[in-house]
Design a protein around this ligand. Structure first.
Ligand code: HEC
Ligand code: HEC
Length: 512
């Protein structure tokens, strides 16, 4: 407890110091701007002032209810809470959003079909629509006893084996290497007449954990396997990383956070000695090959929403786009039966199964789902819980607020005070959460800090409270108790709180 108490006093000082000494903070990486290039000195000072961590927990902060700035949705809270467009879109943009929405929901069909514009699914796939996994624009869930693992899958990858491969990873040209037969993920569905690759199986073991005051919580430790393999065994050094579809809200705003603000929190070698490093994910833009800061996906492996979306088209649905022209999706050369199936390319419509403007429309949609307004920001228990969240050291990774860049491509995302509660950096989360899979600069124990905005509406939107990258946590308390590694101190601080204070911290999370 003592250690965590000192954190709150340290943190504002630390982040202030990092801004002043950006070279130390980023490990001297000269490839990215270390100060905000979009602001004049006066605005920079304003931004620094408004994003400073609060020390007053007696009342809400200014603009705190508007978690997504002017883009925040103030719609009545119901099951559609994650499906509204950003409140500050223009009328024309609303129309584009709606076209993108239709494509996000669209059920693709295998070729050849009579509904030619929907052709292209597969031959191997994990779902028929984006929305099948990003249920109601919210999160997926583990199978929970049913055979339906639709909103979740196993990513397959092996580390570099040769000097050349190691160089490719070091140079960020490759994140890792696919299984030579199964490719980058295990597809549990296939078009008619083709064998599926296999099924993800999970079994759980209950582990009791004693919290302060004697309360006993139970964590369920998952074990994953790939069964019913259709094409022989996986390669022996291939790891299986389980991933549940995350919520889709506020992504355009995350994309509009300035690199310098994310890098200012990075401390890969833990030079400030607070036990928390924070590594920036470096990755290449799929279209330009430029080195960028990764932000999307559980290992921050994608720099842009467009890259994440085109990867989803090809990997999850088996649909080619101009950015990923593979009509056979994730089929590999070894899967000859797969490559013998027809593709859904209609030369009349374009050279890809999903020709433009499909990808730009889906990307626009994915960039503009609104973050819902906070509830109960002034409630006494919520404020108490907020104080405990800060005091327990959660803010060392779950950075409360940012001001997005003034020169953001989309005006609706520009210069907004936003409250994502993430630093968008990679952290070692300990053995308990480790998937053993290296993805670019992220090693097998590292994960990107998950944003917490909207987390309190998970049950309202998705009817469950399964959290973390694989949905193993059955509620918020379990999600916190799984934190280890760099987050061990914060986890222990939480576990050491008296029961009513733990409950207050959870009530704060539920108001996000
Ligand atoms: C089979 C399930 C599935 C389907 C279908 C699917 N996704 Fe996803 N989506 C995921 C998972 C799992 C992740 C996390 C990815 C990771 O960490 O590797 C994700 C992540 C994302 C993200 C990044 C979110 C974040 O917080 O970083 C975006 C954007 C996205 N998906 C868009 C799409 C689009 C667009 C489609 C349709 C073309 C789609 N997805 C289809 C499962 C799915
Ligand atoms: C060292 C960095 C770090 C610290 C400190 C930290 N977290 Fe996290 N948090 C993460 C990462 C990384 C994840 C994603 C882990 C995963 O999905 O497996 C996460 C996930 C979560 C989730 C689940 C989010 C979701 O959408 O599934 C919750 C809730 C959460 N953290 C709350 C807290 C609270 C409360 C504290 C303080 C007691 C805290 N965290 C401290 C890094 C941190």
């Amino acid at each position: 407890m003592r250690a965590s108490r000192s954190l709150i006093f340290l943190l504002p000082v630390i982040s202030g110091a990092l801004v002043l000494t950006p070279l130390i903070a980023t490990g001297g990486d000269a490839r990215f701007p270390t100060t905000r290039t979009d602001l004049n000195p006066k605005d920079r000072r304003r931004v620094e002032a408004v994003t400073k961590f609060t020390t007053d927990f007696t009342k809400p902060e200014q603009f705190e209810p508007m978690a997504g700035g002017a883009a925040t949705s103030r719609a009545i809270v119901n099951g559609d809470a994650f499906s509204h467009f950003s409140a500050n879109l223009s009328f024309e943009e609303e129309q584009t959003f709606k076209l993108g929405n239709a494509l996000f929901k669209k059920l693709w069909v295998p070729p050849p079909s009579s509904t030619q514009a929907s052709d292209g699914l597969g031959p191997l796939f994990n779902a028929r629509a984006c929305q099948s996994c990003h249920l109601k624009d919210g999160r997926g869930h583990p199978p929970e006893g049913s055979a339906d693992a639709t909103s979740m899958f196993l990513r397959l990858a092996r580390p570099a084996r040769t000097e050349d491969e190691r160089k490719a990873v070091a140079d960020h040209r490759k994140l890792n290497f696919p299984d030579s037969v199964y490719g980058e993920q295990l597809q549990n569905l296939a078009v008619q007449g083709l064998k599926i690759e296999g099924k993800m199986q999970v079994s759980y073991q209950e582990i009791p954990v004693t919290l302060a005051g004697g309360e006993i919580a139970h964590l369920r430790k998952p074990t994953y396997s790939a069964t019913d393999l259709g094409y022989g065994p996986l390669e022996s050094d291939v790891t299986r990383s389980p991933r549940v579809a995350p919520p889709m809200i506020g992504l355009g705003l995350i994309q509009a956070i300035h690199e310098a603000d994310i890098l200012a929190k990075a401390d890969p070698a833990d030079q400030d000695g607070d036990g928390i490093s924070g590594k920036p994910a470096l990755t290449r833009d799929h279209r330009t090959g430029d080195l960028k800061l990764g932000r999307f996906g559980f290992k921050a492996q994608n720099a842009t929403i467009r890259d994440q979306s085109s990867s989803a088209f090809v990997g999850d649905l088996g649909i080619s786009t101009p950015d990923h022209p593979s009509d056979y999706g994730d089929c590999t050369k070894a899967e000859v039966e797969c490559l013998a199936h027809p593709t859904g390319v209609q030369p009349r419509l374009g050279a890809f199964e999903a020709p433009d403007p499909v990808l730009p429309l889906v990307t626009f949609y994915s960039e503009n789902l609104a973050v819902p307004a906070r509830r109960d920001v002034g409630d006494k228990t919520v404020l108490k819980g907020k104080e405990l969240f800060y005091r327990s050291g959660c803010t060392a990774c779950h950075t409360p607020k940012f001001v997005t860049r003034r020169d953001a491509g989309n005006k609706a995302h520009a210069f907004q005070l936003i409250w994502p509660y993430s630093d968008f950096l990679l952290h070692d989360m300990g053995e308990g959460l480790a998937d053993g899979q290296q993805v670019g600069v992220a090693d097998g124990r590292e994960w990107r800090t998950q944003p917490l905005w909207g987390i309190g509406l998970t049950e309202t939107v998705n009817g469950h409270t399964f959290f973390l990258h694989d949905g193993r946590a059955r509620n918020l308390t379990e999600a916190i108790l799984w934190h280890g590694g760099e987050a061990q101190m914060a986890r222990d601080a939480f576990a050491a709180l008296p029961k009513d204070e733990r409950a207050a911290l959870i009530t704060f999370l539920e108001s996000l």
